[in-house]
Ligand binder design. Sequence first.
Ligand SMILES: Nc1ncnc2c1ncn2[C@@H]1O[C@H](COP(=O)(O)OP(=O)(O)OP(=O)(O)O)[C@@H](O)[C@H]1O
Ligand SMILES: [Mg+2]
Length: 381
Amino acid sequence: MKQAEELNEPLLELLTNHNLVMILGPGGVGKTTVSACLGVKAAAMGKDVRLLTIDPAKRLADALGIGRDVSEQNLGVPHASGTLTASTLDRNEALDRLISRKAGNDKEIRTIVNNRFYKHLSGTLAGVHEYVAIEEVEHLCEAGEQDLLIVDTPPSTEALSFLDAPRKLEAVLNEPVFKTAVNLYSTAGRFSLFGMKAAGMAFRAFSTLLGSAFLRELMEFLAAFKQMFKGFEETASLSAKRFGAPDTTIVLVTGPGPTGVEETWHLAGELQNRGLNLAMVIVNRLMPRFLEPCPDKDLRQELSSLFEQHTIGSTALTRLSKALSENQALLSSIAVTQRDTLKNLVEKLSCPVISLPETRDPNGSIGALYRLVQSAEEVVK
Ligand SMILES: Nc1ncnc2c1ncn2[C@@H]1O[C@H](COP(=O)(O)OP(=O)(O)OP(=O)(O)O)[C@@H](O)[C@H]1O
Ligand SMILES: [Mg+2]
């Protein structure tokens, strides 16, 4: 494998000077592929890398070509002095682990984990996935077993939902109806009749509708959750600090089309509003530049030299050279249009813009990912 110096400057800087790199972007643009590329490259540079994918579709396993789900495993990067450990976040397992870390004692853990609201909420509540992921990131950073943690964020209609998860959860738990009910219930005594009634006042509609056993279970869940809320708040504020720290940064991935460029511009602004560092934008799947179209006569000559004498007739040769010329013209015009669109983005952004080319098969092996990252180029004004 090539030496680290051969990688372009901004990418070298990214992988050398940060401990936490979060890969963000709209759905399907190549976040998982880029994360895997960066992980492979950083390991080749001698870093001990942890690659965490929060992608529920488990695309990382495909990208790395390991043919099965990644739970947690060390991947051999050929000739690398560093290591690459990949893991996929299993939401339910991670949520249970999180409860174990936050809850005070075994009884509290059991109360929560066996509670039917927990079981339901853990599967359905919007934002739980992102929140658990943030907790996991914080946990891994605290443990500090890697030089570099790369986080591949989940596909999402709102690319920033990962970063906003702690604030959102806080807002839900601060809903007055939750707060009042839980406070009344815990102050009056968990199993006292008065406690149930008091909580029921806040949840009147629910209590008449659902009965007291249901209400008790709900209150029990919320009360136990409340004990842990301080822990959640602490992590949320630690995460907020970590996300803004100088050794943490974000890479925005986008496609080369006008929609992707517009969205990237918008996301970059949103990151700035949140005081977060944007290291670079990676424009993935940029159409490579093609050679200038050559004159028809030359093309015919080149083509006929590829065939054994008499294996291709003159009409077929004409048709073939016409088709090739048309394809080349089309692909070249796409490449030119994409670069024109990108000029606009490069001019507006203050961070580097790096392109990765459209390739036939970027995923499926460590070598392919390495070749892809090695072909990164900075898009200049
Ligand atoms: N440079 C590239 N050239 C060709 N194909 C690519 C390239 N990068 C990614 N792809 C392909 O694009 C598809 C989507 O890539 P990937 O899964 O990395 O995107 P993603 O942003 O992680 O998607 P999601 O939002 O669903 O998580 C995959 O089939 C992948 O092989
Ligand atoms: Mg993905």
